[in-house]
Design a protein around this ligand. Structure first.
Ligand SMILES: CC(C)(COP(=O)(O)OP(=O)(O)OC[C@H]1O[C@@H](n2cnc3c(N)ncnc32)[C@H](O)[C@@H]1OP(=O)(O)O)[C@@H](O)C(=O)NCCC(=O)NCCS
Length: 449
């Protein structure tokens, strides 16, 4: 029994280690929708966030309260009123919002204070600190509609938030802000979370929402052929926003996406849209290679792009030492010139320090990823993985079901990233004819759907 346990637990725990190291000391802003709390997910989310914090991540938690405010309004015999996708906050709605926020804060603080033995919270001590970190201004009157006490973020006290995080506390924020005259304004959780992430230049902005993420084809319903797009480059996210109808409700695809794009454009490298309906979605997104929701990522920072003819010299220089020691199969300059459009590269200050090529076999709905290389000076910083993800995206865009690699020395790197070994007979016919049986390369396949 214990041997089986060692076999499964130890390799599994070690496989998470790179992600624990990677996120230690980083700052995440988490936007938790009121819907998630209404759906009874608070306890589990609090457990996951406490665990994430204990692994060295600094956390700002911003809660929403849409359904709770509506409930308070209903109890007072009033209906929620919206215009332009925003709540119209009259006196009754402001009262309801204040009551809902008070109640929710109490519930959240209670959830983070648990420590019962034999639960994931045993031994955890999460200190939560809230405060008047947001200065707000009124939305005002738009197209003749007076939004009254609905506000927008005017300023974030980033120094105050950072100081609190450095103190080891989790910052808890409600969607409220105050004007310099002391007037309270009802804000949206999404705007508060985005503004805070930008102002403290957080490493991640994460929305825990009722949407599962952005589907590969946002027009069609989710299906096996239309899965969640786990990584959306900023450019593609921007393009998608221009084709979508303007967001009116949180369940509209554009709703969270526009905030993710805004954060990314303002220097927050990664923004995530995750479903709260999946238990542990935060852990799955942050500590597992493929994640579960959609991550909008600004690749500009890493200069990951498709190759052009100008990159041929750089690619040759990069792969040549690995060809010499037999890690990679030799490729001639003519071959690389011919195939240059199949390559993706990472470039920094004009130097190519990573590359991979994708050779599709459309008749078999698969493609080979070849010549994956990262310069020895830049290895172990996640660039290999970033190139792999890019190549996966290119293959998905071609409508392929899988990618495969042939390797003699890098098997474990691929297995850790979701590839499985198969017999060389699996290869598409055209590729099998070129397979070098003497080299005895291992064939590994990764499913994309
Ligand atoms: C494989 C390669 C592309 C990975 O690039 P990278 O940028 O270092 O990758 P990442 O940063 O995403 O991952 C690094 C991790 O992979 C591990 N790794 C590197 N090479 C490995 C190998 N051959 N087998 C198993 N793990 C390996 C590193 O030890 C590191 O682990 P750590 O974070 O626990 O230290 C790079 O090592 C390389 O260029 N190797 C030579 C060429 C090659 O073998 N290409 C594959 C051809 S099929």
């Amino acid at each position: 029994m214990s041997t089986v346990f060692n076999f499964t637990f130890v390799p599994w725990f070690r496989s998470v280690a790179p992600y624990i190291h990677m996120h230690r000391g980083k700052t995440f802003v988490v936007g938790l929708t009121g819907e998630a709390i209404a759906a009874g997910k608070l306890q589990n989310i609090a457990q996951d966030l406490a665990l994430i914090q204990s692994m060295g991540v600094k956390v700002v938690l911003v809660h929403g309260f849409r359904p709770q405010v509506n409930e308070q309004l209903r109890a007072k015999g009033h209906e929620a009123r919206y215009s332009h996708g925003l709540r119209i906050t009259d006196e009754v709605a402001l009262d309801s919002a204040q009551e809902a926020a008070g109640q929710l804060r109490y519930e959240i603080e209670a959830a983070f204070s648990q420590g019962l033995p034999n639960t994931p919270m045993a031994g955890s001590t999460v200190r939560m600190i809230s405060g008047n970190f947001i200065t707000a201004r009124p939305v005002g009157v738009i197209d003749g509609v007076d939004f009254k006490h609905s506000g927008l973020v005017r300023k974030v006290d980033s120094a105050g938030i950072l100081h609190t995080l450095d103190f080891g506390a989790m910052v808890l924020m409600s969607p409220f802000g105050f004007s310099p005259t002391g007037e309270a304004f009802n804000l949206t959780m999404e705007e508060v979370a985005t503004s805070v992430a930008i102002s403290i230049q957080a490493d991640k902005l994460i929305f825990l929402t009722e949407v599962p993420g952005i589907r590969v084809d946002s027009e069609l319903p989710e299906s096996e052929d239309n899965p969640i797009d786990t990584e959306l480059p900023l450019d593609a996210a921007r393009k998608l926003l221009t084709t979508l109808p303007p967001a009116q409700r949180p369940t509209d695809t554009a709703f969270y996406l526009q905030h993710c794009v805004k954060a990314c454009e303002a220097g927050v490298e990664r923004s995530h849209i995750l479903p709260f309906s999946v238990d542990g979605s935060l852990l799955l997104e942050v500590y597992v290679h493929d994640g579960i929701g959609t991550m909008v990522v600004d690749e500009k920072l890493e200069s990951l792009r498709e190759a052009t003819a100008d990159d041929i010299g750089g690619i040759l220089q990069l792969i040549e030492p690995f060809e010499r020691d037999g890690t990679l199969v030799k490729r001639s300059r003519t071959e690389i010139e011919r195939d240059i459009s199949q390559y993706s590269v990472i470039e920094h200050d004009g130097v190519i320090f990573g590359c991979a090529a994708l050779y599709p076999y459309p008749e078999s709905r698969t493609a080979e990823m070849a010549a994956l290389t990262v310069s020895p000076h830049s290895q172990s910083q996640g660039d290999g993985e970033r190139i792999l993800k890019r190549v996966e995206q290119r293959a998905k865009a071609l409508g392929l079901d899988s990618i495969f690699v042939l390797t003699t020395r890098t098997m474990h790197w691929f297995i850790k990233r979701g590839f499985v070994p198969v017999d060389p007979d699996w290869l598409p016919e055209a590729r099998k004819r070129k397979y070098n049986w003497d080299r005895k390369s291992q064939v590994l396949v990764k499913k994309l759907k």
